[in-house]
Structures are given as C-alpha cells and as structure tokens.
Design a protein around this ligand. Structure first.
Ligand code: BES
Ligand code: MN
Ligand code: ZN
Length: 507
C-alpha cells in the first residue's frame, strides 16, 4: 500500500479534487461558500434547483467551472449535529468516491465540520486514518490473487490544520501510522494458513524488527520444553508446523514496559474436538491478536512514541492427529498449575496462559493487554461492533474504554466474578479449560486471570467479533490496532505531562 503524502493547509490547486460538505440546513460551511463564490453563485443556484442536495451520505461530483477552480466532490451531511460515527462515514464516502476518479490529489475540508464531543485533533486523526486505510488492497499476485482492479491513483491528501499548529502534524502522523499498522495486521490476517504459519509469522516479526530497529527473540519447541510450557505445547503437538514464541521489544523510554500479548493460532481446526466444516476457512483469522501486536509495534516505532513496549505472540496451529492432545488430557502449565483439557477447541487460553506467565517473568511489565479471537460467545453477546473487555483494574479498564470511544474501535466490559471462575472446577486438575455453555467469554477471561501474578494490572480483549469481517467483504479488519494506538498515545501524553510536572516542582 502506498503511503499518502499528507499536507496541511496547502490551499488546493485547480488540479485537485476538493471535498466539501453540503448541509441540508439554510447555512452552509465556509468551504462551500468559498467555492460558491469562485463559481459566482452556481452552487447555491444548483442547491435551490435541487440538482445537488445536503441529504446525509449523498455524494456528487461537479466539474470545474474554470481553469482556476477545482473539480468538486460534494458530500451531504444532513441537518443534524454530526456524531463521530457519521463523521467517519462521511470521510469513508469521500475517500471511496475520490478513488473512483483519476485524481491523484484530494483536498478534503471535512475536518472543519463540527462533530459532537470530538476534538479538532481527533477529527484529523480519523480523516488521515480513513483516507490512508481506503488505499488498502489484498491483491498481491505473489500471494495468490492477481490485481482485479487498477491500483488506487490517490497519492496526495490535503487537510486543514484547524489552527492546531504542530499538533495537527502529530495528529495526521498518528492517523496515518495507525492505518499503516492496520494494513500490516490485515495482510497477516488475510494470508492463507498454508503460507501464514507459526514459522512464517516469526519470520515476519524478524523482518519487522530489522526494518524498525526492534529487539526480537524467538523461542522454539525445545526452548519451550525447557521452560515447562506444557499447556502451549499440548496445543501444538498435533500439528506438523512447529510452534514459536515470538517477542518484540521497543524501548522508547525507561521503566517497566507495557506488554501486549496476542493469540497466534494460525489455523484453528478445533483439534480432536473438530469444528464443523462450514466457515472453517475463517479460522485462519485466529491469529489476528498476534497480527495486531505486529501492527501496533510497527506503528509505535514509526511514531517513535516515548514508551517502553513489548509484544509477545504464542504462535501455533491447532490440528487433529494421532499425536494430538485429546479431551481428558491433563497438562502442566509453565506456572505449575495443571489443566484438564476438556475441549481441544478451547486452545487459545491454553497457549495464552503460558505466554502470560513467560511475559511476566521475562519482562516484569507494568501492565498487560492480551488480545485474542478467543470465544464465539463474545459474538453472541456483543455482535461485531465491539470487543469484549475483562480485567482486574478499574482505572486501566476505564482508560481503555476511553481510547476505544476516541478511536471508534470500541470495547465493552464484562465482569470476572468468582461465581464465574468456579465454573472452571475440575475433578482431575487445578482447572478445566472450559466452564460450560454459560458465559463462555467470561469463563475464558477467568481462566486467563488465574495466570496473572502479583495483581499486575491486566486487560483481556476478546476480539473474535471485531478482528475480521465475514460475507462478501470477508477479510481482516485491522482492529483493535486503532484502540491500542490511541491508548498508547494517551499514555505517553500522560507520562509526558507527569514528567513536566515533576521537573516544574524541582525547579
Ligand atoms: N478461535 C475460536 C473462537 C472463535 C469461534 C472465534 C468462532 C470466532 C468465531 C476459539 O478457539 C474457540 O474455538 N472457542 C470455542 C470455545 C469453547 C470450546 C469453550 C468456542 O467459542 O466455541
Ligand atoms: Mn478453538
Ligand atoms: Zn481459536
């Protein structure tokens, strides 16, 4: 995907396509009035005659009036105050309509719109992210699909700085780096499981480490055996593909790191508890948590955020075989706790528990976020709109909820009460790996919580409903990269404010 060249306040030239909003109210925005003046009142005339309209979501094109005026893309915004959802939809409509044209440069004035409860900075982040993201295509011939359409022409985007000065550039950078991270996440997720296996995922991590100066550690089966990762290894044992434990480290600040842990099941057949055949291909997306870790590491390194971040990915394939783990097997995790595998299809938690133990002992993180396409039950509970969030720290969860609302990559919290945890009781081990039919998302969260040591602040995100889209537009979504990026940016700004405060105090 080409990286857009994004400028600020670069007054559009006549060769650009200029995106302006049309309201269905009496009063129009200044971008509209400017163009109307350039065209000697043509726009208000067309509006009066009903040839253009401010109906929400309408887009129409208007050819240039003279050699000094640009072609116009008019976007209807309706007559009500805009929500973030609708603002994003307008940006998406504008990005997609622009790409139907031959224009290489677009001047988009939509961020000048008022959006309820949304800061100027956030408007720019969303616009940059959406335009960049609209260039994503999965059509690399070497990966199995020939380009079906011409590559997008769009190369330059101009946005208004909204009087934000340097902050405008920072916002645009954040939006664009997030979109580039999402593109990596989407491609890793979309790659077929015969190509994207634990070994090649580790190669991808190595390549990312090389291009972005990260530290990369890869553990193989023998290393994991030495560490006693009996739970992770039980999932991998039926597969021909050999497992990997991948760690990436970005050190933009001193102090204990934030750790991201992502489920990397490159294909989930269910194992001996085999899944039904219909839709099983979508279980190639069962490594989208892992792909998010890589996408975020890339974006954080691009932005050079002043934070210390580690990303850990347990990567395995879950396959049925003569030597595969069976229901009834009891395994010992790295933590020493024993697990009765009652269902080999509840494999995500079995690899995450050992990855969590290792991450805590290896990196002593200040906080942990794990991301996993963990349960079908979260889709029943929350659908495809929001990720399930569970954790042990109210402030941490509040910050993530806020980052989710800001980025429109939303999360909703579920409880981890003792009563749910008790569903994991086993007669033959410290716990079973399933807790029955009821509250399946929560009992999976309770299982993971048993592996959090010393009350380290921890959040589990169940992204089974949000990480990919099914149906005609089947493909990885790039979520929750925007959520995690917004959280990390918020954190780094908080840290900066605190450091400034403490230097002030000592002066
Ligand atoms: N990767 C699946 C979860 C999943 C299922 C994600 C469908 C998206 C769509 C996970 O490994 C799994 O199989 N979970 C089981 C757990 C059950 C056996 C307790 C599930 O959700 O059915
Ligand atoms: Mn499974
Ligand atoms: Zn799975």
């Amino acid at each position: 995907m080409n990286k857009l060249t994004i400028s600020l306040d670069n007054k559009g030239s006549a060769t650009d396509l200029c995106v302006i909003a049309v309201s269905s109210n009496e009063t129009q925005l200044s971008a509209f009035n400017d163009q109307d003046k350039l065209r000697k009142g043509q726009l208000s005339q067309l509006l009066k005659e009903g040839l253009i309209s401010g109906k929400k979501g309408n887009t129409s094109m208007l050819p240039r009036a003279n050699s000094r005026s640009p072609n116009l893309l008019l976007v209807g915004i309706g007559d009500k105050p805009l929500s973030l959802r609708h603002y994003r939809e307008l940006c998406e409509a504008a990005a997609s309509a622009s790409q139907g044209t031959q224009h290489r440069s677009v001047d988009c004035t939509l961020p000048t719109l008022e959006v309820t409860g949304v800061s100027e900075t956030q408007k720019l982040i969303h616009a940059a992210l959406i335009f960049q993201n609209s260039l994503y295509r999965y059509d690399d011939a070497s990966r199995g699909k020939a380009a079906t359409e011409a590559a997008p022409q769009l190369a330059n985007l101009n946005l208004p700085s909204l009087g934000l000065g340097d902050q405008a550039q920072a916002a645009v950078n954040q939006g664009q780096a997030t979109a580039m991270g999402m593109a990596l996440t989407r491609t890793l997720g979309n790659l077929p499981p015969n190509i994207m296996n634990p070994e090649s995922l580790a190669e991808q991590a190595k390549a990312l480490a090389k291009s972005h100066k990260l530290k990369c550690t890869i553990l193989k089966r023998a290393d994991m055996e030495k560490l006693g990762m009996g739970s992770l290894l039980a999932v991998a044992q039926g597969a021909t593909a050999s497992p990997r434990l991948i760690a990436l480290e970005y050190k933009g600040a001193k102090g204990a790191p934030i750790a991201l842990v992502g489920k990397g099941v490159t294909f989930d057949s269910g194992g001996i508890s085999l899944k039904p055949g219909a839709g099983m291909d979508e279980m190639k997306f069962d490594m989208c948590g892992a792909a998010t870790v890589l996408g975020v590491m890339q974006a954080v390194a691009e932005l050079k955020l002043p934070i210390h971040l580690v990303g850990v990915v347990p990567a395995v394939e879950n396959m049925p075989a003569g030597n595969a783990a069976r229901p009834g097997d009891v395994v010992t995790s790295m933590s020493g706790q024993t697990i009765e595998i009652l269902n080999t299809d509840a494999e995500g938690r079995l690899i995450l528990c050992d990855a969590l133990t290792w991450t805590q002992r290896e990196f002593k993180p200040a906080r942990i976020i794990d991301m996993a396409t963990l349960t079908g039950a979260v889709i029943v509970a929350l659908g495809n709109h929001t990720s399930g969030m569970m954790g042990n720290d109210n402030n941490f969860q509040r910050s993530l909820k806020k980052a989710g609302d800001m980025s429109y990559d939303r999360v909703w919290r579920l409880p981890l009460w003792d009563e749910y945890d008790e569903q994991l009781k086993s007669n033959f081990a410290d716990m079973g790996n399933i807790g029955g039919r009821e509250a399946g998302t929560i009992t999976a969260g309770c299982f993971l919580q048993r592996f959090i040591e010393n009350d380290t602040p921890w959040t589990h995100l169940d992204i089974a409903g949000t990480a990919w889209v099914s149906g005609a537009k089947k493909g990885a979504s790039g979520r929750p990269v925007p959520l995690i990026m917004q959280y990390l940016v918020n954190q780094s700004q908080k840290e900066m404010a605190l450091t400034e405060e403490s230097t002030d105090a000592t002066e």
